[in-house]
Design a protein around this ligand. Structure first.
Ligand SMILES: N[C@@H](CCC(=O)N[C@@H](CS)C(=O)NCC(=O)O)C(=O)O
Length: 268
């Protein structure tokens, strides 16, 4: 599979699981297409509005291109990539292998960038940020991006902020269960704190299934829910089939270029 990808401003090459590095070549962004084949630019703006915003903001003095470090399998990294695409920000994507397959060099790179030894990490040009929520919040606060459909009203809406927190809690419990199952296969996944982690996932999913604040527009909570559901299913961490409204939402919004072009690769 061709993993070649560009950030819309530079091209990156690399074999699956290896580092890929972008080298800046300024050119106008192309528009992303839903279902575009592999090798599609990860930073392509999703629509004409995003492309126009990108061009206008890039023309401002001092505007710097950001670099995202992370794996294509991580739901947290995917969330940042979706936000970047929805906002129309081009970026360099330095791809690392999934956590269990990291090379020593990649471990070193991540550990140097983030004392918590996790991805995503964003190099902004003005400093490094880690943690997907912090990164996306920073992206939403960039001058010129607050009017993007994806950002509009989100940071002032407590209900939608709580929906995002709920999606994060579901993912955290899911990641915990995935890692414990993988690293400590003798653990009883149904009792004690492991039982509570499963209960928390169902409690969170039930709340999201019922809340009217999720769904009407595509913003951070919808993006993270889509990334979380796809990851939980792919890693067989939790059966989400009972949550019909969430599944419909994921299927509908999954057609958006930002999600369609960041699906977890088959071999990840
Ligand atoms: N709260 C963090 C979580 C990031 C996270 O857990 N990333 C995983 C990849 S999905 C990771 O790098 N794990 C490495 C580890 O646990 O050592 C965020 O939102 O960025």
């Amino acid at each position: 599979m061709d993993r070649r990808a560009t950030d819309g401003l530079g091209s990156l090459d690399g074999a699956a699981g290896g580092f890929t590095q972008g080298h800046g070549v300024d050119r106008p962004p192309r528009l992303a297409r839903a279902g575009a084949p592999d090798g599609h630019d990860p930073g392509d703006p999703v629509d004409a509005d995003a492309a126009e915003r990108h061009t206008r903001i890039r023309a401002q003095p001092g505007c710097r291109r950001v670099k995202l470090i992370g794996s294509e399998a991580s739901p947290y990294v995917r969330f940042v990539r979706v936000a970047l695409a929805e906002l129309g920000m081009t970026y360099t994507f330095e791809t690392t292998a999934p956590f269990a397959k990291l090379t020593a060099e990649q471990h070193e790179r991540i550990n140097q960038a983030n004392p918590l030894m996790k991805v995503p990490v964003l190099e902004t040009g003005d400093g490094t940020l880690f943690d997907s929520r912090v990164i996306v919040d920073w992206l939403l606060s960039r001058p010129g991006y607050a009017d993007a459909e994806f950002a509009r009203g989100f940071r002032e809406n407590f209900d939608r902020i709580n929906a995002l927190t709920t999606a994060y809690g579901i993912l955290e419990s899911g990641v915990l269960r995935f890692l414990i199952r993988m690293r400590h296969p003798d653990t009883d996944m149904d009792s004690g704190y492991m039982g509570r982690s499963r209960e928390r996932i169902d409690s969170g999913l039930s709340w999201l299934e019922a809340t009217p604040v999720l769904g009407p527009s595509f913003g951070p909570p919808e993006a993270l829910v889509c990334c979380a559901l796809a990851w939980l299913e792919r890693r067989s961490v939790h059966d989400v089939s009972a949550y019909s409204r969430l599944n419909r939402l994921a299927a509908d919004y999954g057609q958006r270029p930002s999600l369609a072009t960041t699906r977890i690769p088959e071999d990840a």
